[in-house]
Design a protein around this ligand. Structure first.
Ligand SMILES: Nc1ncnc2c1ncn2[C@@H]1O[C@H](COP(=O)(O)OP(=O)(O)OP(=O)(O)O)[C@@H](O)[C@H]1O
Ligand SMILES: [Mg+2]
Ligand SMILES: [Zn+2]
Length: 262
């Protein structure tokens, strides 16, 4: 049975540590920095920034984030326009919300965000930067000590369906369910959403909300298509606590990148 968790390879992690910690000029490759005066055995040490970064990336690797996203994680999120969607009408509620600014506020209040179980719903066409934005956020939450997990919807429900007779998978599922911040990507890209899957999805969302956990849902469907495809009760569960953001089509990042490459 395929395991959901991307089990980090020792080699991969050793290479990551070598790159981030061993070559660090600040701590001289020890991963520790002295806080205050050095007074022999009572000296106080703190984790160096390089080591914190290593731990955050470790968390993401363990949390199933695709490695091609880890390469771009250090780049700053470009300022961009997103629309906040009114969950009742499905229409834009406010315009010109700058994503960078919004995320900066979220990160600044990261403990509050997690403790209050705030959640996000990203909608938008292909290549508008939804996955990137979510992973940018997850990295920062992981860096600050919260547990995160990234999973594609198709894989999640495949695992749910397969897990009934498999104790290992069940355990893994409850582990994923328990993380502080769970990102379910590519909702709506599955070929068929059976009633069972929709039921499970709803249950997942509700159980996370009931236990005050934060979730990021990402979909290519617009609000009305999403409502049509899934049960109304799912939408109601979402609308209750989720900030709904529509990603702009003008900033098509994949296209931008291609233009850059040539
Ligand atoms: N703010 C950004 N700064 C730099 N690069 C970005 C940014 N947002 C996205 N990208 C890059 O653009 C490409 C497309 O972005 P991404 O995969 O996040 O789009 P998406 O909306 O999730 O698309 P899809 O709906 O097809 O999954 C990726 O290679 C990503 O690294
Ligand atoms: Mg994506
Ligand atoms: Zn260092």
């Amino acid at each position: 049975m395929e395991s959901l968790r991307v089990r980090p390879k020792a080699k991969e992690l050793e290479a990551l540590r070598a790159k981030l910690v061993k070559e660090c000029g600040v701590c001289g490759g020890t991963g520790k920095i002295l806080t205050g005066a050095f007074n022999g055995p009572n000296a106080l040490f703190d984790d160096c920034k390089c080591f914190k970064k290593f731990l955050a990336l470790y968390e993401l690797i363990v949390g199933g984030v695709p490695s091609h996203y880890l390469k771009t994680i250090r780049k700053d999120l470009l300022p961009r326009q997103v629309k906040e969607i009114d969950h009742e009408t499905g229409r834009p509620a406010r315009f010109s919300k700058d994503l960078g600014e919004l995320f900066a506020r979220i990160i600044k209040k990261h403990t509050q965000f997690i403790n209050r179980g705030h959640s996000l719903f990203f909608t938008g066409y292909n290549s508008t930067g939804k996955s990137y934005a979510a992973i940018w956020l997850m990295y920062r939450f992981a860096y600050r000590g919260h547990t995160v997990h990234y999973i594609k919807f198709k894989r999640l429900h495949g695992t749910i369906l397969n897990s009934f007779n498999d104790g290992e998978l069940r355990k893994l599922l409850s582990e994923i369910e328990a993380v502080d911040l769970l990102c379910i990507d590519e909702v709506g890209k599955e070929s068929s959403a059976t009633a069972q899957v929709i039921g499970e999805f709803e249950e997942w969302l509700k159980s996370r909300q009931d236990s005050g956990k934060s979730t990021i849902i990402i979909t290519n469907l617009d609000v009305s298509d999403f409502r049509e495809r899934y049960e109304a009760s799912i939408w109601e569960a979402l609308a209750e606590k989720f900030l709904i953001l529509a990603f702009d089509t003008k900033n098509n990042f994949r296209r931008m990148h291609r233009r850059w490459e040539y």
